[in-house]
Design a protein around this ligand. Structure first.
Ligand code: ZN
Ligand code: ZN
Length: 333
C-alpha cells in the first residue's frame, strides 16, 4: 500500500510502498477514503511541532474499518468512521479517570501511530467516531479537526441567544466557524485581510464582511463590535487588536497554534470584563454535533481535492495560504 512520508522537514513528501499494517489489541485497521490537510500539517512540515521524520502526517482521516484487532467489540468491519487527534488516554491518570483523555500526558495520538495520508492506517478503536450514513467522505474529513475544533471553540465561548459573533481568520477552520455560528442563529461578521474572500464569506452566510485594513479591533468596534470573537488567525498582532472589538463581557476564543505571544490591554480587559479563552478539540459531543450539522447541509466545507500522489501540490498551496478553504486528499476512491 502507498503512504506519503515526511522524510525531512520542508522537503517533498515521499510516496512509499509499505506493508499493510496489522491492528493490535484495542485497535482497528481503516481503509482510508479521504484525509484532510490542516495548517498543523504545515507546522509539522516546517519543524515547528514536536514531531520527527520519518512520519506520515494527517489528522483528519475518514474511511472504512477493514480489520479489527483483538478485544474490539463495539466496532464492526465495514463501519464508516473518522479518527480524532487524541485516540486513547493512559486510563489511569486523574484526567483519564475523569474521562478527560485530551489532557492525558500519555495520550495516544496520530503522532504515535502515524497519520492518515496513506491507504491503510491503524487507529485505536476508542479514537474512532461513526459517520452519519449520508455524509460524503470529502465533507466528513474536515470535520475531524477543523469542524471539531471550531464547534468546541463556539461552545467554550458560552454563547447566549442574540450574541453577535465575529470570525477572524477565514481559512480551513474559520470558514466552518462562520457556518456553525450562523447555523446556531447568530448574527455573524466575518473579518478577513483578503478582499477576494468577501464574496465567499457572504455566500457562506456572513451577515457582514469586514475587510481589515489597519486595525481589526477598532474596525470591528466601528460597526458595533461583537460579543464573541472566534479567532483562527495565525497573526498574533491581529489577535491583540481584535480584543478592542469586544463588547462588554465579550469573549475571545483563540484556536490557532502559534509560536508568538499576543498582548491584552489590561485596562480594556477590566473595564469591559473581557475573557480570552484558549480552545482545542474538547468534548467528543462537539464532534458528533458538528458531524450532524454537516450531514444536514447546514455546514458545508468548501474543499479542494487532490490525489495522494498530488500531496506536494496541496502542501504548497496550504503553506502559501491559497487553499479555498480546506484541502482534502481523496485516497480510497
Ligand atoms: Zn488540524
Ligand atoms: Zn491518562
Amino acid at each position: 500500500m502507498r503512504a506519503a512520508f515526511m522524510t525531512a522537514f520542508a522537503a517533498p513528501m515521499q510516496l512509499r510502498d509499505v506493508e499493510v499494517p496489522e491492528a493490535g489489541p484495542g485497535q482497528v485497521r481503516i481503509k482510508v477514503q479521504a484525509s484532510g490537510v490542516c495548517g498543523t500539517d504545515i507546522h509539522c512540515w516546517n519543524g515547528h511541532f514536536p514531531v520527527q521524520p520519518p512520519l506520515v502526517l494527517g489528522h483528519e482521516p475518514v474511511g472504512t474499518i477493514d480489520a479489527l484487532g483483538p478485544g474490539v467489540t463495539q466496532l464492526r468491519v465495514g463501519d464508516r468512521v473518522g479518527v480524532t487527534w487524541v485516540q486513547r488516554g493512559c486510563g489511569r491518570c486523574g484526567h483519564c479517570q475523569r474521562h478527560h483523555e485530551r489532557y492525558c500526558e500519555k495520550a495516544v495520538t496520530w503522532m504515535d501511530l502515524g497519520g492518515g495520508h496513506r491507504e491503510f492506517m491503524i487507529a485505536e478503536a476508542s479514537g474512532c467516531t461513526l459517520l452519519p450514513d449520508e455524509l460524503h467522505w470529502d465533507v466528513a474529513a474536515p470535520m475531524f479537526c477543523a469542524g471539531y475544533t471550531v464547534m468546541s471553540g463556539y461552545r467554550n465561548a458560552r454563547p447566549r441567544a442574540g450574541d453577535r459573533i465575529a470570525i477572524i481568520g477565514l481559512g480551513g477552520l474559520g470558514h466552518i466557524a462562520l457556518q456553525v455560528a450562523k447555523a446556531m442563529g447568530h448574527e455573524v461578521i466575518a473579518l478577513t485581510s483578503t478582499a477576494s474572500k468577501r464574496e465567499d464569506a457572504k455566500e457562506m452566510g456572513a451577515d457582514e464582511v469586514l475587510v481589515v485594513d489597519k486595525h481589526a479591533g477598532q474596525e470591528l468596534m466601528a460597526i458595533g463590535g461583537a460579543d464573541i470573537v472566534l479567532s483562527t488567525s495565525n497573526s498574533m498582532a491581529q489577535n491583540s487588536q481584535i480584543i478592542e472589538g469586544l463588547r462588554p463581557e465579550g469573549r475571545m476564543v483563540t484556536m490557532a497554534a502559534g509560536r508568538e505571544t499576543f498582548a491584552i490591554d489590561p485596562n480594556l480587559a477590566l473595564s469591559r470584563q473581557l475573557s480570552v479563552i484558549g480552545s482545542m478539540q474538547d468534548e467528543r459531543a462537539d464532534l458528533i454535533d458538528v458531524l450532524a450539522l454537516a450531514a444536514s447541509g447546514k455546514v458545508k466545507p468548501q474543499i479542494e481535492t487532490f490525489g495522494l500522489d498530488e500531496i506536494d501540490q496541496l502542501m504548497a498551496r496550504q503553506r502559501d495560504g491559497k487553499v479555498r478553504f480546506r484541502g482534502v486528499l481523496q485516497i480510497g476512491y
